[in-house]
Ligand binder design. Sequence first.
Ligand SMILES: NC(=O)c1ccc[n+]([C@@H]2O[C@H](COP(=O)([O-])OP(=O)(O)OC[C@H]3O[C@@H](n4cnc5c(N)ncnc54)[C@H](O)[C@@H]3O)[C@@H](O)[C@H]2O)c1
Length: 247
Amino acid sequence: MSTKLLEGERALITGCAGGIGRGIAKALKAEGAIVLGSDITAPPAEDGIDFLKADLGQRDGWKGLLDAAVKKLGTISLFVHAASPRRLEADTPLSVSEETWDAMTDINLRTGFFLGREVGRHMRDNKVKGRMILVTSQHRETPRNLPHYSASKAGMTMVMKELARVLAPSGIRVNAIAPGAIPGGGFVAGNLGALIEQIPLGRAGTPDDIAQVAVAILSERFGRYVVGTTIEVDGGIGLMSWIPSKA
Ligand SMILES: NC(=O)c1ccc[n+]([C@@H]2O[C@H](COP(=O)([O-])OP(=O)(O)OC[C@H]3O[C@@H](n4cnc5c(N)ncnc54)[C@H](O)[C@@H]3O)[C@@H](O)[C@H]2O)c1
């Protein structure tokens, strides 16, 4: 009998070309899942992840992705939403434009809800005891001078809870992971040394730090009674008072 945690599962992962989504895609594959990754750009071929291109910034981008994913995978049993636009540069509450607000909230929050809901409906209708993770952030609770980002992550937390409550009676578990500082993809620390000084564990996180927790929550061996919660995977930075990067 296989000792892999996710053998036979069929996973759809958004943001699979980014740091965290890519790490999760690789970890799920290593644990035996059949993985279909999606992004606006392709992940490196060396990952060996089956890939579907989708622009989730388009109004109906999530619908085309779901249709194509069901055609490819048959039944989806695992879903992870890790896509997010790279609009974290220079916007503060007093400067952020409506266009940047919409770009961020469309992918994080709107797609997180509608794609998550329809994946949940698909799981329920196919009698699959599926599992989902929405990737949120420590900044769902603490301001970062990036209101479009923080508000989208706070909203995703409630989306996760609403979906978790309504889908749990069908045996479908929905949860969130809130990463700390994970360089490697879209996140580039301006001053990594100063950032690390803020982290009680004394190092920045890696995509695999997040991915191994995702594997655990998605697995029935470790996660079977975990529903509607946010797991902080942040080396303890959430214990520190956050100093916004811009005044
Ligand atoms: N890296 C961190 O420190 C950190 C911390 C907290 C939360 N997070 C969250 O984790 C998730 C992944 O972060 P990451 O660091 O891997 O970011 P990343 O930028 O490396 O990955 C995000 C991916 O989303 C994709 N994407 C962007 N626009 C898209 C679109 N229109 N359609 C489809 N895909 C699109 C990008 O191409 C990219 O591959 C995000 O939700 C982010 O907010 C990251």
